[in-house]
Design a binder for this molecule. Structure first.
Ligand code: P53
Length: 477
């Protein structure tokens, strides 16, 4: 019989605080950037307002109300057999304004309750420190990650979390999908990653420079956090977290091949710095050619070198395809094309299970560190029947096809994979659109895009399917 996954393979699911917890003003929580993001849709981008406006709807305020449902939700996870659950710590629960010296005890106590409940149910918490939210005060007062000061503020937050929870949490991640901001013309991506709001006058070249600067400060902050964690407790495992969307060449034309390679390098240099501890040569040459001048000190370079990550966590939803036209540098906002060989979901995300195996082996061969799939899944419209069922065969298909490829990567390619934590295991608010109806969960949450509904939880068909997959450790899909 063929081998399958290791016995302690971390099957489970993932969420993020701002998309799931709600209770945006309880327990002394401060306002975060996510509290200023309105409801959007596939066609209409979310607005990033300066104040909370009475006539607009802000879906993250209520989200799935995990804050008041955590016991019930964890029970459902335990019923599925989860071994691990990924969530994030809302920075604003611990430091409401981000620049206090002393943490907010009520916020710390909330995560103690959640972690204790998980551990009691045999589920390991897997924690992201910064998942698309930071105190709004840091945006208004310091300009978000455009300011070097954020390094100290973030590492203080990280220190407090490691110190408080190191006995309960072994796996940590610093910045969620740090490479989403590669698309520096997307206001939403740069805001979510770095808390930077571009003024309308700013040029694309200035946006690019700002993005690379913010990313540098984040990479330094991450490397510092790795060192802090290891000093507090050498058994802690701290990873980076990348949005991994492989980019295929549009054809076998050498120009396309070289261009797709540059596209991958551009999206994934973040991983190179996290893992290798230094900037790749091509990027240094690119900065010079483009006249991009960054504040990078010799001390920063030492910190990067000393704070390399223990493992690589990543999300996988889709693959991209790029075509060479007339420029050698990859511009994410204009160079991607639809791939005729794969289908897309209702939001245009191109579904490509084989791309997951490609991604796993690509990373193994480039970085030689353990890998951890901390997001994967299908955003889809679900229908709740009158007897409270959801027949989500399409979701089962998506997950089955991806797990099959993940299994090949482990069994046939020898990838060192820590676990599989599909996204939005209980329905939550979409990051890109703010919709509730773009659902990923094994559990349906009865709320519409405006948070109207009973908030009751109903297991979908995929719940029972995933329960079986975990029980047989992926040997029968
Ligand atoms: P939603 C873009 C591309 C790939 C992953 O996304 C992305 C994004 C930004 O939305 O985000 C991750 O909710 C992210 C989660 C997010 C999830 O993917 O837009 O880490 O916070 O919810 C799914 O469908």
């Amino acid at each position: 019989m063929k081998k399958t996954f290791v016995d302690n393979f971390l099957w489970g699911g993932a969420v993020a605080a701002h998309q799931f917890e709600g209770a945006y003003q309880e327990g002394g929580k401060g306002l975060s950037i996510a509290d200023f993001m309105t409801l959007g849709s596939h066609e209409t981008p979310r607005e990033l307002t300066d104040a909370i406006e009475a006539d607009k709807y802000y879906p993250n305020h209520l989200a799935s109300d995990f804050y008041h449902h955590y016991q019930e939700d964890i029970k459902l996870m335990a019923e599925m057999g989860f071994k691990a659950f990924r969530t994030s710590i809302a920075w604003t629960r611990i430091f409401p304004n981000g620049d206090e010296t002393e943490p907010n005890e009520a916020g710390l106590a909330f995560y103690d309750r959640v972690f204790d409940e998980l551990l009691k149910n045999g589920i390991q918490p897997v924690i992201t420190l910064s998942h698309f939210e930071m105190p709004i005060n840091l945006v208004k007062k310091y300009g978000g990650w455009s300011n070097r000061k954020l390094i100290d503020l973030f590492t203080h937050f990280a220190y407090v979390c490691f110190d408080r929870y190191h006995e309960k949490v072994k796996y940590w991640m610093t910045f969620n999908e740090i490479n989403n901001q590669t698309n520096y013309l997307s206001d939403l991506s740069v805001y979510e990653n770095s808390g930077i709001k571009f003024s309308p006058e700013i040029s694309p070249a200035e946006k690019e420079q700002l993005m690379y600067q913010a990313a540098h400060y984040e990479l330094v902050a991450s490397a510092k956090a790795v060192q802090i964690a290891h000093t507090i407790d050498p058994t802690l495992q701290v990873g980076c977290m990348l949005a991994f969307c492989p980019i295929y060449p549009a054809s076998s034309k050498p120009e396309d091949i070289l261009f797709a390679q540059r596209a991958m390098d551009t999206r994934l240099y973040f991983g190179d710095v996290h893992v290798n501890g230094y900037y790749p040569n091509w990027l240094k040459a690119y900065f010079e050619e483009k006249g991009i001048k960054l504040d990078i000190t010799p001390e920063d370079l030492t910190i990067l070198q000393k704070g390399t990550v223990d493992y690589i966590a990543f999300s996988y939803y889709m693959s991209f395809m790029a075509e060479y036209t007339d420029h050698d540098d990859y511009r994410e906002y204009q160079d991607l094309r639809p791939n005729p060989h794969v289908k897309a979901n209702d939001w245009g995300w191109q579904i490509d299970p084989i791309g997951l195996r490609y991604s796993l082996t690509w990373m193994m061969n480039r970085w030689h560190k353990p890998l951890f799939i901390v997001e994967n899944g299908l955003g889809a419209y679900d229908e709740l029947t009158t007897d409270h069922q959801v027949h989500d065969q399409y979701r089962i298909e998506y997950l089955r096809n991806h797990i099959e490829q993940m299994k090949k990567a482990v069994v046939e390619d020898g990838v060192d994979l820590l676990g599989y934590l599909p996204w939005g295991c209980i329905d939550l608010v979409s990051a890109s659109t703010g919709e509730m109806k773009k659902r990923y969960g094994f559990v349906y949450v009865d709320a519409d895009d405006y948070g109207k509904g009973s908030m009751k939880r109903y297991p979908k068909d995929s719940f029972y399917w995933y329960q079986k997959v975990i029980a047989n450790n992926g040997s029968d899909l």
